[in-house]
Design a protein around this ligand. Structure first.
Ligand code: NAD
Ligand code: DAU
Length: 334
């Protein structure tokens, strides 16, 4: 089988490509990525000489190029997106372009060539839970509250519209907060780790009691694998980590793992419209696909900290924005 993975140079996409190549020796992958600030080919340096892997530098908003690549593959797994909520608050424009218009081009191409399509979405489309509310399920009404989550919600609606109207072979997954190696250090956990590595304080928004449901990126990749292989066409699956944690408790674990005290906590101005709590009920994925998360948060987080400590140069290049330069000096981008 030949897969097109969009956004494969980012955090989850690169982990997914590595995971898939390992688990599926007869498959090949085309990584289609425009390399925004979040796209780092260094994330896949270990597979770049694998004959089953090809990188194509391309924009999901470039319709002709999207059609050209989709034509030649069996399955499209669509990760490419603008993903950082804070950036979407500063400038929503590119979120609409990439996440909505870009997804529409992919949809037109999978419709034209009748390809299997899996859309990667987020639990943020469901809005914010209050303490005591039941976790999100596939039946929770959409209520996105940031420009990022609204753009992801719009793309989900387009995917479903193309299924109902044109019969495309699609599935969707709505996943909770991922963590793991190669996570860009603007997101909360890697930002905290990399600040502590530089002996800086960690910025905690508001009261620090916002809750996220953390899932290891390899559990997410396995969930997507199960859906691509066995999911029912037209269906949505919620994937979560069974691990609700307040941000301040995540910070306390990191301080413990990195041998720092609580003086490194700095409460800062809150994010506008900050969603209080996310949590996922993944019963459907468990019952229909036999999927559930396997990696315990404390174990996965400890390994993640160790990965960052072992890859200090990757962290420095990510923080200084010099990773493409570094990569291009050593390799030619095909
Ligand atoms: P990321 O920001 O680390 O990576 C995004 C990748 O997409 C980058 O490689 C970037 O270069 C690429 N990209 C952006 N615009 C593009 C364009 N116009 N054309 C081609 N490529 C483009 O993101 P991530 O955290 O790995 O998230 C991947 C997907 O998973 C996104 O769709 C996101 O909404 C979803 N998701 C993320 C999380 C999370 O916790 N990070 C949770 C649930 C769902
Ligand atoms: O829930 C899935 C979503 O998780 C994905 O769809 C998004 O792409 C991904 O970025 C993530 O969104 P969040 O906004 O939850 O992630 P972030 O890492 O930005 O923030 C996690 C929590 O930490 C959130 O409550 C805000 C808080 N935070 C974040 C930053 C960057 C802080 O307290 N301080 C910070 O500096």
């Amino acid at each position: 089988m030949k897969l097109m993975v969009t956004g494969g140079a980012g955090f989850i996409g690169s982990n997914f490509i590595r995971y898939w190549l390992l688990k599926h020796p007869n498959d090949s992958i085309v990584n289609f990525d425009v390399l925004t600030y979040a796209g780092n080919l260094e994330n896949l340096i270990d597979v770049m000489h694998d004959s089953r892997y090809t990188f194509v530098k391309g924009d999901v908003c470039d319709r002709d190029m999207v059609f050209e690549i989709v034509k030649d593959v069996d399955v499209v797994v669509h990760f490419a997106a603008e993903t950082h909520v804070d950036r979407s608050i500063m400038d929503p424009n590119v979120f609409i372009k990439t996440n909505v218009i870009g997804t529409q081009h992919i949809l037109d191409a999978v419709k034209e060539y009748q390809k299997r399509f899996h859309h990667i979405s987020t639990d943020e489309v469901f809005g914010a839970l209050k303490f005591g509310d039941a976790p999100f399920t596939e039946h929770t009404p959409y209520d996105p509250r940031s420009p990022y989550s609204a753009s992801k919600a719009a793309s989900d609606h387009m995917v479903r519209a193309y299924y109902h109207t044109f019969g495309i072979q699609m599935t969707i997954s709505n996943c909770s907060n991922n963590y793991g190696p190669y996570m860009f250090p603007e997101k909360f956990i890697p930002l905290c780790i990399s600040n502590l590595m530089e002996d800086k304080k960690v910025p905690v928004y508001g009261d620090g009691l916002y809750v996220r449901d953390w899932i290891h990126v390899d559990d997410h990749s396995r969930g997507v694998e199960f859906i691509v292989n066995n999911g029912t066409i037209g269906e949505t699956y919620c994937l979560g980590g069974n691990c609700e944690m307040a941000n301040i408790d995540v910070v306390k674990l990191l301080l413990q793992y990195m041998h720092k005290d609580e003086s490194y906590i700095e409460y800062v101005k809150d994010r506008p419209g900050h969603d209080r709590r996310y949590a996922i009920d993944f019963t459907k994925a468990k019952n229909e696909l036999g999927w559930e998360p396997q990696i315990k948060f404390e174990e996965g987080l400890k390994k993640m900290v160790q990965w960052y400590l072992d890859n200090q140069e990757w962290v420095e290049r990510s923080r200084s924005g010099t990773y493409q330069e570094y990569y291009e000096k050593q390799y030619v981008i095909r």
